[in-house]
Write a protein that binds this ligand. Structure first.
Ligand code: GTP
Ligand code: MG
Length: 231
């Protein structure tokens, strides 16, 4: 595993000038990019989870996310180098409303987060799922549920069996973890790695056969042969 990148977007545009387009397309021929969005109430720990996965640590201080923060990490799965692009979204309505369309556009996987010490954040998952469905995110887009802040053992309000039932009903895997506890860091990694493995095993996203016609670059999508997902 290597390489971390980070940026902030209020107007969203990971690519930059058209001059760079050809180069970035060439690069995407070699490296697939999986866009994973992290959704949930404010203060549940979305930023900390994204930071733990991409940066390997717990941030000393966070502020409410405004718009979206992008973090990227290059990983290797079965010999293939893949970029996992984590879109860490704002939970607060006032910081997110102009951005929502961007979050869901071409998304490859969704991570729903609640705080195990706040029942309201679990109950609000229904609203987050509705929003996601309302943006025509296909049923084939993998989704996982993450209960964060498990280190606060004395304050847990959401029992595991309740979360598991909800996850089952929505066809999601459940991860209960802590962005803060260093012992949980592998568990946090496995949230994103599991999704990346599933995405790798799906058809999709692979761009081969870059063709140039009249100076224009065209990319053909090809199905990827099935690979096994470890989770
Ligand atoms: N104890 C504990 N605190 C956590 C954990 N994860 C995050 N926090 C704390 O929870 C607060 C909110 O964390 P953020 O990651 O900023 O929350 P967020 O979901 O990104 O919030 P918005 O950006 O407003 O949507 C911060 O004070 C973190 O330090 C955790 O696993 N355990
Ligand atoms: Mg945040």
């Amino acid at each position: 595993m290597a390489n971390e990148a980070h940026g902030r977007g209020e107007g969203v545009g990971l690519g930059s000038s058209s001059l760079d387009l050809s180069t970035s397309l060439e690069r995407s021929v070699q490296t697939r990019i999986f866009k994973i969005i992290v959704i949930g109430d404010s203060n549940v720990g979305k930023t900390c989870l994204a930071f733990r996965f991409t940066g390997g640590s717990f941030p000393a201080k966070t502020e409410a996310t405004i718009g979206v923060d992008f973090r990227e990490k290059a990983v290797e799965i079965e010999g293939e180098r893949i970029k996992v692009q984590v879109w860490d979204t704002a939970g607060q309505e006032r910081f997110r409303k102009s951005m929502v369309e961007h979050y869901y556009r071409n998304v490859h996987a969704v991570v729903f987060v609640y705080d195990v010490t706040k029942m309201a954040s679990f109950e609000n998952l229904k609203t987050w799922i509705q929003e996601c469905n309302g943006h025509r995110v296909s049923a084939s887009v993998p989704r996982v549920l993450v209960g964060n802040k498990c280190d606060l053992v004395d304050q847990i309000q959401v029992p595991s069996n309740m979360a598991l039932k909800f996850a089952d009903a929505h066809n999601m895997l459940l991860f209960e973890t802590s962005a803060k506890d260093p012992k949980e860091s592998q568990n946090v990694d496995s949230i994103f790695m599991c999704l990346a493995c599933r995405l790798k095993a799906q058809k999709s996203l692979i761009y081969r056969n870059v063709e140039r016609e009249d100076g224009r670059v065209r990319l053909n999508q090809e199905p990827n042969p099935k690979t096994s997902c470890p989770c």
